[in-house]
Design a binder for this molecule. Structure first.
Ligand code: ACO
Length: 281
């Protein structure tokens, strides 16, 4: 992955930073970028060094959407290639990220436009600079928010806001992104990196298996009816208690009930204790 030209990966302390790396084009997504992002995310999902993935952009911008020259015009007369690239583009921006085994964060600064809303919604969390600029600009290009953008945005954002920004294409900033539910945290740009790392470090204190199951459950129940959700969540809880190598549930009970060493309302149970102790529960 080191020779990748339009995607850059940096690993540090369990965090894998994945940079869309076409700063001179404001990280607009061309076919090569889709190919590299798909391969990179596939690799990191099973990479033992990677505990959290942060998706960001090089050069002070998140992503200017699909590359209007190379992705749209360049693929117009190439139906087979267009199909192949569209499939890859959708796979990494949605299918992979939406159910990714590891926690994912988007760190947004500068511009975030159009097709970039797919990865923006598919990741678990968004930390944004408060002066970042977002736009569902498709309406200004004579197209609609395609691939899965319209669905992704209406899933994340209150319906009225989704409709407003999709129909008007107006730019909005990071604070507004938090207000409408598109981002979790907005901070001044000079605090963006530290705040994103802080969130990643908090996530790394949790049991990875429990975190993964929690993500899957929160996402999966959204499309279930109530009887299905009861049934699924019951089965999922049995599975996580049996399958969690850190035995988080048993350890947590022991630390709260017997040892009185922690209170789950305020902190995660002690992962290191769980790994080293052999309890009798
Ligand atoms: N596709 C292709 N090239 C792009 C894109 C894009 N989406 N966005 C920027 N670029 C290129 C520009 O063509 C320019 O290239 P050049 O230097 O070879 O001329 C370079 O990036 C810099 O762009 P500027 O416009 O000069 O930079 P500026 O900082 O002034 O503006 C901005 C940045 C606001 C992002 C502007 O480029 C823009 O409006 N881009 C289009 C964004 C957009 O609407 N994206 C959605 C596309 S539709 C979709 O994703 C489904």
């Amino acid at each position: 992955m080191a020779e990748a030209s339009v995607v850059k990966v940096e690993k540090n302390g369990g965090i894998s930073w994945v940079f869309l790396n076409r700063p001179e084009k404001r990280n607009a997504m061309n076919p090569q970028l889709h190919i590299e992002m798909d391969g990179t995310l596939e690799e990191l999902e099973t990479d033992p060094e990677t505990k959290v993935v942060i998706i960001a952009g090089s050069g002070g911008n998140f992503c200017a959407g699909q590359d209007l020259k190379e992705f749209f015009r360049g693929l117009e007369d190439k139906p087979a290639e267009s199909k192949r690239i569209q499939t890859l583009a959708n796979r990494w921006r949605w299918d992979r990220l939406y159910m990714y085994d590891k926690p994912t964060i988007a760190m947004v600064e500068g511009y975030c436009a159009g097709g970039a809303f797919m990865q923006l919604v598919a990741v678990d969390f968004v930390v944004t600079a408060d002066d970042a600029l977002y736009s569902l600009s498709e309406v200004n290009w004579g197209i609609i928010p395609g691939a899965l953008v319209a669905k992704a945005v209406t899933e994340a954002v209150l319906y009225r806001h989704a409709l407003y920004y999709a129909c008007l294409g107006d730019a909005f900033d990071g604070k507004e992104a938090v207000r409408i539910g598109l981002a979790n945290i907005a901070v001044p740009k000079d605090q963006l990196r530290d705040e994103t790392i802080r969130l990643a470090n908090k996530l790394m204190q949790k049991s990875p298996e429990v975190l993964k199951a929690t993500k899957q459950a929160m996402r999966s129940v959204r499309t279930m009816d109530v009887p299905q959700a009861y049934d699924y969540l019951h089965a999922k809880n049995i599975a996580i208690r049996a399958g969690d190598p850190e035995r988080s549930y048993q350890q947590g009970l022991k630390q709260f009930v017997d040892d009185k060493t922690y209170r789950p309302f305020f902190e995660p149970f002690k992962l290191s204790d769980a790994a080293s102790k052999d309890d009798n529960t």
